[in-house]
Design a binder for this molecule. Structure first.
Ligand code: ADP
Ligand code: MG
Length: 352
């Protein structure tokens, strides 16, 4: 597998963390994190609540000192550089707009702090509002805006001082699903057009995969996996990452040659798979429904419509449930007795 991991020492890294550690009450919340973000790259850190994502951003922003390790921007160590001198922008989780100010007052905030002349502030606010799809909204009160509009204002405010690194904490977390899916596409386009270097964090895998050039999966303050969205999606390294991505067909298995012994019987594995005891992931697309009497005997327990396919939940004696992805018209009915065979191309041997 080709990991596009950016070495922290790499000369083109804009941001580089080396063994960055933050402890609260003696407990490491960031635990020896090595992370590089290249100029123009969009990196998205994905992890469950409490895994240290916000702490990571606060450390980079200079709002949280490191207990050990180092952090540099453009190759310069930031230990003694205060937050307002780092040239990074942080959009907080709850976007924290100033409710008593209008849109202009919010977006121009950073520009005023940096002493930009009034005319330039006005120009830039107008351009930014256009950029985020809110032309002419400068005089509107923040309280009169919808959640999606507020999010756009927060983004414009973070972009206004042209930070060399833009950090986003759960940027779309508060919005409903359809708006989130639309905004994430717009954001990616926008950052691409501006050439913005972005470090975003989220617990939402859909958001991370849609936004990022590179996804970094975090667990308990450590990096569990880093790679392009495709790499991480196709080859999660371990059971934690696989389950976090929403895969449920994970069992203990033993690989010998090109076959794994599993509670679901013999399952073919890709050529070159690691041998011996492992955790095994079978993607739902690799669970093929065949006629009763062939393959593994299963009963259809439930079906869930997923838009493009049907997730079929199969129960089988003495083994965990299996999820199969079936075409809408071919999905068997609850109660049906069917057979199952496995497709090696959709099987991943995970690190134990
Ligand atoms: P995430 O953003 O991934 O949800 P956080 O970085 O906010 O995670 O928090 C990681 C862990 O650190 C959590 O267990 C949280 O309770 C703890 N934590 C965060 N900030 C503080 C703090 N200032 N003091 C003590 N514990 C904290
Ligand atoms: Mg957080």
């Amino acid at each position: 597998m080709t990991q596009s991991r950016q070495s922290p020492q790499s000369p083109q890294s804009l941001l580089s963390l080396e063994r960055a550690t933050v402890r609260f009450d003696g407990r490491p919340v960031l635990d020896a994190v090595d992370l590089g973000v290249a100029e123009g790259e969009i990196v998205c850190v994905l992890g469950p609540s409490g895994s240290g994502k916000s702490t990571l951003l606060r450390a980079v922003a200079g709002l949280q000192p490191l207990d050990s390790g180092s952090l540099s921007l453009d190759g310069r160590d930031q230990a003694r550089v205060p937050a307002h001198r780092r040239g990074v922008g942080l959009m907080f989780q709850d976007h924290q707009l100033f409710p008593q100010r209008d849109v202009d007052g919010n977006v121009a905030f950073g520009l005023r702090m940096h002493g930009f002349p009034r005319a330039e502030q006005d120009d830039r606010v107008r351009d930014l509002l256009e950029l985020v799809g809110l032309p002419g909204a400068a005089r509107r009160g923040v309280a009169s805006l919808s959640g999606g509009e507020q999010q756009r204002v927060a983004l414009a405010r973070a972009l206004a001082p042209r930070p060399r690194l833009l950090m986003l904490d759960e940027p779309l977390g508060q919005l409903d699903r359809s708006l989130r899916e639309r905004l994430v596409v717009e954001l990616r386009e926008l950052f691409g057009r501006l050439g913005t270097t972005v470090l975003a964090v989220t617990h939402d895998q859909g958001e991370a995969f849609a936004l990022a050039d590179r996804v970094v999966v975090m667990r308990d303050g450590r990096i569990a996996q880093s790679g392009t969205p495709l790499e991480v999606w196709q080859r999660p390294v371990d059971e934690f990452v696989a389950r976090f991505l929403g895969f449920d067909n994970v069992v203990a298995a033993t690989v010998s040659g090109q076959v794994a012994d599993t509670p679901w019987g013999k399952v073919p594995v890709p050529e070159g798979s690691a041998q011996g005891p492992c955790a095994l992931l079978v993607r739902p697309a690799g669970v093929r429904v065949v006629a009763a009497g062939e393959g593994l005997r299963c009963t259809v327990a439930a079906r869930t419509f997923r838009g493009t396919h049907v997730a079929v939940h199969l129960s089988t004696e003495g083994a965990p449930r299996l999820e199969a992805a079936c075409a809408l018209r071919e999905a068997p009915e609850p109660g049906d007795e069917i057979g199952v065979v496995f497709d090696a191309a959709e099987v991943v041997v995970l690190r134990r």
